[in-house]
Structures are given as C-alpha cells and as structure tokens.
Write a protein of this length. Structure first.
Length: 148
C-alpha cells in the first residue's frame, strides 16, 4: 500500500483519526510520522495534551507504518495491535508529532505468515513537541491475523 493510500485508509476506516485532525507527514514501510495540532479541546486538567489524544496519535502512527508495510496483505491477513505500553515523560504542550518505527524486517514477518504462523512484531513510537522534547513513548506489539 502506498503511503498516501495508507493515510486515506486510516482516515476513512478510523473516524477518530479524522476527528482529531491528525496530519500524515511521512508514511513509509519502516517509518511513519504523524502530527497532532494543538487544540484546546484536547487539553487535560494541567493544560497539556490529554493522554487519550496522545495515545491515539501514537497508535495511529504505528498503524500507518503497519499499513505501509503490510497493507498489500489485507486480503490474506488483518493487522491488529495486541499489546501497548505507554510511558509519559513530560507534559505535552503545543503541537506534537509521533514517529513510529517498525521493529522487525518486513521479509521476516512475511516469512512467518507464509509459513502458516501468526507473526508478532513491535512498533516503537516516540511523541515529541515541536522543539524536540520527548513527551511519551509507546511500545506496541502488532500481529497479522490470517483471514479465514
């Protein structure tokens, strides 16, 4: 799936992505970068970005890299996140970007799927403010569930 198609697919399949106004800055098979503009409606009680909005940004960035890597397999397998760990490091003030990086080679994951197993693979996500301050990190485990 080409990067533009991955972004459009996520916007249409996941309405919350559209609701938050996520911007797709880069989508490649091993890396995706999404941006969440600052909106007062998404702030928390201390004036920073609400954890739910930050989670959605990070999870969406991971989904974009997964779709760019494995989107051409949607007729064979459904990508699903199975586990997420999120660390909050600083209050996120202003617009933020999430950079998602695929943690295993695409060919390795495909070989497992072709061998009849249900592969799992990590995606690491770093959320930063415009000045580069890391505000949170996510570790997301994904799987490719074979279609029946």
């Amino acid at each position: 799936m080409d990067p533009h198609a991955a972004a459009e697919w996520l916007r249409s399949a996941v309405p919350f992505v559209h609701h938050l106004g996520l911007e797709f800055l880069e989508v490649q098979p091993t890396r995706a970068v999404l941006r969440l503009p600052d909106q007062p409606a998404f702030h928390n009680h201390v004036g920073g970005l609400h954890a739910g909005a930050m989670f959605t940004l990070g999870e969406s960035a991971s989904g974009a890299v997964v779709l760019a890597s494995f989107g051409d397999l949607l007729d064979r397998a459904t990508p699903l996140p199975t586990q997420v760990e999120m660390r909050f490091l600083k209050v996120a003030l202003g617009p933020v970007t999430a950079e998602a990086v695929l943690g295993r080679p695409v060919a390795e994951v495909l070989a497992e799927l072709d061998a009849g197993t249900r592969p799992e693979f990590p995606v690491a996500v770093t959320v930063r403010t415009d000045d580069g301050t890391v505000t949170s990190e996510l570790s997301i485990t994904w799987t490719l569930r074979p279609n029946r």
